[in-house]
Write a protein that binds this ligand. Sequence first.
Ligand code: AMP
Ligand code: MG
Length: 420
Amino acid sequence: MREGITPAEALGIVLAETPVLPAERVGAREALGRVLAEPVVAGRRIPPADNSAMDGYALRAADVADARVEAPIELRVAFEVAAGATPLSRVGPGEAARILTGAPVPPGADSVVRQEDVERDGESLWVRVAPPLGENVRTAGEDVEPGDRVLEAGALLGPAHLGFLASLGRSVVAVRQRPRVAVLSGGDELVEPDGDVSTGAIVSSNSYSIAAQCREFGAEPVYLGIARDTPQDVEAHLRAGLRADVLVSSAGVSVGDRDYVRGALEKLGCRLLFWGVQMKPGYPLAFGRLGETGEGGPLVFGLPGNPVSAMMTFDQFVGPALRKLAGSTALFRPLVNARLAEDLEKKPGRLNFVRVRLERQGDEFVAHITGNQSSGVLRSMILAQGILLFPAEASRLEAGTQVRVQVVDSSVFAADTPGF
Ligand code: AMP
Ligand code: MG
């Protein structure tokens, strides 16, 4: 096991251990935000037949090639094709067929003139404009031909993908499984939110923030409750999470007298890969792999107990692992450059993840610290729109310096006008 490694090394180890979950078939209505597990090859044409893009008249372009407003050409309206109809009749020379948008273009016809460009009287139709060949006809297969590989494995399914899959006749799709995360908290001082705090107990807020982070990263949390500070209770709670894809425990992984998580994990056969990451907040982070031989079982994260440390280590390490499990290739938050609004100082050695508010000034972002950065102050996270990366070796950043910021709140890109 490695100790006191850099965040980059830690992330490298986590992602190297993280598999991509197997596929499952789900209804396309439930597949929003899931990742396609296999390529999609079209089994049909879209559109299925030549069809009209306008309400108008299907005709032979050659018949009306000389039509002008001053010299309209007369055709005979032979029949009508409604949307959804299967036209059997043929448009012969000198004939036209009334056609509605989306209706199949009848055999014989090669173009559609808009109804605005004709005049009709009973069966007589005067065409005032000569359409180019194929005008207003959406040709069969112009979008998709059978055998076209239309989507690749790894595609993140959005609304357009799902509509497209539906048009290909796919109401069920193969996607990567959604990761299941067992979440547990540990500590004799902890109670649930409705518990008695009159004697100084602390609410297990991590149980809520971490479960919500699981959802934010597309995973399904399973809450295992609070383990008391005894080796037996910690072990029993961890056992309940052995069937999950990921086990996340907060607190109890430091070097305190009552920190039993590490011991219990090792007893359960966890191959601990690292403990301690050179970051602030969040040094006491443990990571390993559970299971009989240490292979194939859930990924195990022992997060620090402090609420901000727990959330930050989740955000930086568990989140990308969840995205990888779910088949996504976009693992990390967007990064922007920003100008620092005020001086920042720290001891050199650890990468600091500083919570900042991002102010837009023209095309530039200005980063403002969100007050008290103590690892117990969740308010710094509530206000955070970004996470400023204060490099490990640096000890001072002056106001005005360009800094790298991970964007956590996409509303920083929200505009106050629609832009049109
Ligand atoms: P520990 O890692 O057990 O030393 O805990 C570090 C700090 O985090 C202590 O102040 C704990 O009370 C706090 N803490 C531990 N677990 C939780 C939790 N589930 N929710 C909120 N605070 C916690
Ligand atoms: Mg504790």
